[in-house]
Design a protein around this ligand. Structure first.
Ligand code: AHR
Length: 821
């Protein structure tokens, strides 16, 4: 039986008010078609225009940036896999019958637009837009349409209509389009039948030629009348979150100066906002802009956390670094954004906000300087932005992308991101117990189980266990956000996401429900608790391997379980066979460098897995002769956990990949020996280094014997390390109090009901509220058809006392609200 002892009188610290937050990024078409419910896809006709300064390959399927990073383009449709249901068309989402469409940049609506659509209609010709896998029409509901158009000759009569998939007109209007300058024409339609594959038709009873500068079709009813999709905002409201990080993510960084997220492009009339291609493979017209994000925060009572570009594009995608005027411009844009948010209406930017309908300042609580930036190129830019912003707006909390304090820089909050396995989150429930209390606050700004079967109950429980560990350390971990937030199920570029939707339905994954529970039950102070429970560990699997960091490692007589073993997978560099030995050599003279402070990466020159044996336990032996200062390693249980977001058409999911290799490594360097867990090139030490007495220029015999729960390392027959697998608790818990209540949260990650003895230092009522998130199977997930399959149940239970036993269901998150007597 597990035991939780809670000292309600020992108050450790107040709960962090903004511990649970949201992270919105326009990924998976979360913006247009999602939270920002534009129903017309390619409303500005610019989707098929490749990003500025980028080159297109011959068939238009891939563009390449000036720095050499390539991405799928597919004539502006984005990822190829999205196109399965979309009939090909030269102008994405728009189709013509008895009409000829073409893009005409000379006819654009204003200098911010890249082009216009010019249509030569034959008599009864028409064009139509199919939206994002259909325009959702719901009987009795209305939507608002507008377009900027001009006729090329005389007045042109157009019939604009919403229609069912089969073309049946549901509502229509006649618009007389005048020649000369562009004019805006508005209309409201009401659907007469449900059809989620609807269309918007523009028909000409008489032949004519018309230019369209910009179009839009939005639902008339939106959340609080502020333009956002109602059901999605209601789902956000239900998360009980306290802040919103926006607008990204990688889209803040972009892949060129032009595709970075730029404040001035996201305010003002939407048809005057320049569009740009996002990192996530599609173009945005920036209708969901800075003002809209701040309004969302106000409507949901969230503290805004604005992420700014501080002078560099995405470092993982062949970055551009900006200096001089370009950098100054970005800094000025950051300052302007802050003034727009919180300056009074007499300031230049505050006036723009007032003109946009919000005379009173918004809130702006946090600014994050950059996203996932690191290294020297980041540090000096971070410092520059921090100094200027802090001097002008000292009341704002500033977030750094890494532990910049290790580089001697002022650091208020450090952002840590974790995308990993369920085991990672379970094994790290104590991660923050020993963090420096004098260091910066920690923001776990992005996290999610992204490896293996994701979006399941088990993933939600692993993340929850980690978050309970965070709650036990909320004196320094003050903010957290799951990532990403939204996914249009028809346009998935990243998976999993907290909330999935199509054009008329939405649901939260199990993590969504876990977070709503955790954030909805907070207490006032965290109190001392002690948990005694069983320790579990993951099931190891994978191949043995040998790696060297430099050329010239000599390897011979490799055996697995006493049988000679050969290389089965060469992941890095070369293992050159000479007689009965291999000699390692690198291919690239110098591999990518990581210089994030505190990071512990290894860059291997050569890395090879041996044998075909994926048996969990084996004895792996080799004779190895090294060279001075050439750390080499024997690795066990090498595998490539399938990281879901990396899967696109170009990756083979079964291929063992160096970059995402996971294993345990025994590293020997001259006279020291160490063991570590290795994942994404990062080492996590598994104990102290050991001094060894080997001669570098001689062969020695190295042996690793794996056990179910660890492995032993021998040199020339002598035991050097006895390493144990990381473990995790069967029950993880946190406790907080209010004047009237004791709130106990616990996760049972095991496959059986766990009796948990709860011992308190105060008396409580027998009846208590228990909110439980569980399901029949740990792999259960929610879907559009079964949106609530994994969702919490609230019950009143009785039997609470100063000491009582709570039966925690198998695979469950439990929130117990005990009433003090
Ligand atoms: O959340 C998805 C992406 O993950 C974010 O854009 C980025 O910050 C991280 O790499």
């Amino acid at each position: 039986m597990s035991r939780i002892t809670i000292q309600t009188k020992e108050k450790r610290f107040p709960v962090a008010p903004d511990l649970y937050g949201l992270f919105f990024e326009d990924i998976n078409r979360a913006g247009d078609s999602g939270l920002y419910p534009e129903m017309l896809r390619n409303r500005s006709f610019e989707d098929s225009i490749p990003p500025e300064r980028c080159t297109l390959n011959e068939d238009g399927s891939v563009f390449t940036t000036p720095m050499g990073w390539s991405d799928q383009f597919n004539n502006g449709e984005g990822l190829k896999k999205w196109m399965h249901d979309v009939p090909p068309t030269p102008i994405p989402a728009w189709y013509a019958e008895h009409a000829e469409m073409r893009l005409d940049a000379a006819e654009r609506l204003n200098p911010k637009r890249l082009t216009a659509l010019k249509v030569a209609f034959e008599t009864n010709g028409m064009i139509y837009n199919i939206g994002y896998q259909g325009i959702p029409l719901k009987k009795g509901e209305s939507c608002h349409f507008y377009m900027f158009a001009k006729s090329v000759c005389e007045n042109a009569v157009l019939q604009v209509a919403i229609a069912s998939e089969d073309g049946t007109i549901q509502d229509q209007t006649e618009i007389m389009v005048k020649p000369g300058c562009y004019e805006r024409y508005d209309s409201t339609f009401t659907a007469t039948a449900d059809d989620f594959k609807g269309k918007l038709l523009i028909k000409a009873p008489e032949a004519c030629t018309v230019c369209f500068g910009f179009t839009s079709l939005m639902p008339s009813e939106t959340y609080k009348g502020h333009g956002m999709r109602k059901d999605l905002m209601e789902l956000l409201e239900h998360t009980n979150s306290k802040f919103l990080r926006f607008p990204g993510g990688c889209i803040v960084e972009g892949f060129t100066y032009e595709t970075a997220m730029r404040f001035p492009n996201t305010i003002g009339p939407v048809w005057e906002r320049p569009s740009h291609v996002l990192m996530w493979h599609y173009r945005t017209t920036n209708g969901l802009g800075f003002h809209e994000y701040l309004q969302i925060c106000e409507d949901l009572d969230l503290e805004p956390m604005y992420v700014i570009n501080c002078g560099l594009t995405c470092q993982g995608r062949e970055p551009e670094f900006f200096e001089g005027d370009e950098l100054e411009q970005l800094l000025q844009e950051a300052l302007d954004a802050v003034e727009y948010a919180i300056g009074d209406a007499s300031t230049p930017m505050g006036r723009k906000r007032a003109e946009a309908g919000h005379p009173e300042p918004f809130k702006l609580s946090y600014i994050e300087i950059g996203n996932e930036n690191s290294g020297e190129e980041y540090y000096w830019r971070y410092k520059k932005f921090y100094d200027v912003l802090k001097a002008k707006y000292p009341q704002i909390h500033y977030v750094s992308n890494t532990h910049t304090e290790h580089a001697g820089l002022p650091t208020e909050m450090a952002d840590e991101h974790y995308y990993d396995t369920p085991e990672f989150f379970l094994e790290n429930t104590h991660m923050y117990d020993n963090y420096d209390r004098k260091g910066p606050d920690i923001f776990v700004g992005e996290y999610a189980v992204t490896v293996g079967k994701v979006a399941t109950l088990r993933c939600a429980l692993a993340e929850s266990a980690f978050l309970l560990g965070v709650e036990n350390n909320q004196d320094i971990v003050t903010t957290t956000a799951y990532a990403p937030l939204f996914q249009n199920t028809d346009y998935t570029a990243w998976y999993p996401n907290l909330i999935a939707f199509d054009n008329h339905r939405a649901y939260g994954i199990p993590t969504y429900h876990a977070l709503s529970l955790l954030a909805g039950n907070r207490g006032k102070e965290a109190v001392t608790l002690n948990t005694e429970t069983d320790l579990l560990h993951r099931i190891p699997c994978g191949l043995p391997a040998i790696s060297s960091t430099k050329d010239g490692l000599h390897v011979r007589n490799v055996t697995i379980n006493g049988q000679p073993a050969d290389i089965s997978c060469l992941l890095e560099g070369k293992f050159i066979k000479q007689g009965d030995e291999y000699i390692t050599a690198s291919i690239q003279p110098e591999r990518e460098k990581y210089d994030s402070p505190g990071a512990n990466f290894s860059i291997d020159a050569a890395f090879a897995a041996f044998g075909s044996n994926t048996d969990n336990c084996c004895t792996f032996e080799a004779e190895i002769q090294s060279t001075p200062d050439n750390p080499f390693a024997l690795a066990v249980w090498c595998h490539h956990p399938q990281s879901v977001f990396r899967i696109d058409e170009t990756t083979d999911p079964d291929k063992l990949e160096m970059d995402s290799m996971r294993c345990f490594k025994w590293t020997v360097n001259d006279h020291t020996s160490s063991v570590s867990e290795y994942y994404y090139k990062r080492h996590t030490p598994m104990g102290d280094n050991v001094m060894i007495d080997t001669s570098v220029s001689e062969y020695h015999h190295y042996k690793v014997v794996t056990r179910e729960d660890g492995f032993d390392c021998y040199i020339d027959g002598e035991l050097v390390h006895r390493a144990n697998l990381p473990n995790y608790p069967a029950i993880t818990a946190s406790a907080s109090v209010t004047d009237d209540e004791v709130i106990v949260k616990l996760v049972n990650i095991t496959d059986r009901v766990q009796p948990v003895e709860i011992a308190l230092d105060c008396e409580v009522e027998s009846d208590y509220r228990a909110e439980i998130l569980t399901s029949a199977h740990p792999e259960d997930e929610n879907t559009l058809d079964q949106p609530e399959r994994v969702s919490p149940v609230a019950q009143t239970q009785s039997g609470a006392a100063q000491k009582f036993t709570y039966q925690a269901p198998a695979y469950s998150l439990n929130v117990l609200v005990l009433k003090r007597k």
